[in-house]
Design a protein around this ligand. Structure first.
Ligand code: WQD
Length: 343
């Protein structure tokens, strides 16, 4: 059976690698374009163990238009999923130019290459956006028509790329574009072979918790205990990375089936506080997570969780895995890979 090719920029990363597995399972032939600037080559061998096929890799920088054009000509993908980009909020505040260059420059390069081949390949794109484009929402749950704003350069790049895609859509109606706004991706493939592998000190809650559990960190700092939330700690919509990956497959299938371009939230619709996540993780792992409540982290919002009904209506997709499974799968990955892919 000839499998339609799908190009995954940043496909060796956390979300990309899990989407690789989901696309393969859905009958596609995913191709990874990655420069390993924020991922590890060892993921390729892990993906082969899961899918039984050696991933096709195109090693290079998505900002190199000629390279991207060559890759598009070689593989003639039916669709492209654009994951490649930098994603650490704190780092983006310290190094805004790196984020504007890498994220916006990378998107422009990809879009130009796709436009060059537009005559031969109907441009079909899924873009990895983020709930961060909602800034500090006035109410929750959040629907896609909520006002957007940015509170840091990382979020600003996501917002700018969304606007570029909307302008492109108006100018080129034949393009098929899906913008997916991720809430908080956590967990790992149940095999424990692939998972989240942050460089340095984790910015995000779950990898920090798993590193405390495995003994790499002494305790968790809970950023703020005085938010207007049930237990005073921040509330977020954690979504299992495999549910997120399934959302990408559903988005591509909808575009191929004729669904016009769209923007959807990919979240569970349920919020959990930091302390609720800690308790769920302790239950799932059997490990105690010592923590200390400290000052709020600048830029954090009190609550952020999705109304996912549009994705359910348009794509027939909804998240299926609960917080317990998210914690159990995150722990299996960390326990089996205490130092991530570096081993
Ligand atoms: C979650 C909650 C923290 C770490 C960001 C980006 C978003 C996406 C996911 C890239 C908050 C608290 C965290 C810690 C803590 N990034 N926390 N101690 O900030 O909701 O979202 O990451 O794709 O675009 O905005 O995620 O995991 O950093 O924080 O108390 O050591 O955990 O205050 O309430 P966030 P997070």
């Amino acid at each position: 059976m000839n499998r339609p090719s799908i190009l995954l920029t940043g496909g060796a990363g956390y979300i990309g690698s899990h989407t690789f597995v989901a696309l393969h399972g859905a009958g596609f032939a995913p191709v990874i374009l990655d420069d390993f600037s924020n991922s590890h080559p060892a993921v390729l061998e892990r993906l082969e163990r899961i899918t039984k096929v050696r991933p096709v890799l195109e090693k290079g920088d998505v900002r190199d238009v000629a390279f991207v054009e060559t890759v598009l000509r070689r593989h003639r993908p039916a669709g492209v999923v654009h994951f490649a980009g930098s994603k650490a909020v704190g780092e983006s505040v310290a190094q805004p130019l790196k984020y504007f260059d890498n994220n916006i420059g990378g998107a422009i390069s990809l879009l130009r290459a796709m436009e060059t081949l537009g005559g031969e390949l109907r441009p079909t794109l899924v873009f990895s956006s983020s709930a961060t484009v909602y800034g500090d929402p006035a109410t929750v749950p959040i629907t896609e028509d909520f006002p957007r704003s940015h509170t840091n350069p990382y979020g600003h790049t996501k917002l700018v790329i969304e606007d570029m895609l909307l302008a492109l859509q108006r100018a080129r109606p034949e393009w098929r574009i899906a913008i997916l706004r991720y809430f908080n991706p956590v967990g790992a493939h149940p095999s424990g072979l692939i998972g989240e592998d942050p460089a340095g000190i984790p910015n995000n809650l779950m990898p920090f918790v798993t590193q405390v559990a495995v003994g790499l960190r002494a305790h968790l700092n809970v950023f703020g205990g005085d938010y207007p939330t049930p237990d005073g700690t921040g509330v977020r919509d954690y979504i299992h990375v495999d549910d997120l990956a399934a959302g990408h497959v559903a988005a591509l299938q909808a575009l191929f089936a004729g669904q016009e371009s769209f923007t959807v939230n990919l979240g569970t619709g349920r919020g959990y506080s930091v302390l609720q996540v800690v308790r769920a993780f302790e239950q799932a792992s059997g490990r105690k997570i010592p923590y200390e409540i400290v000052a709020r982290r600048p830029g954090d919002v009190a609550q952020c969780y999705a109304d996912p009904s549009l994705a359910r209506r348009l794509l027939g997709w909804e998240a299926r895995k609960g917080i317990d499974e998210m914690c159990a799968d995150a722990w299996r990955w960390q326990e089996g890979n205490p130092k991530g892919y570096a081993g």
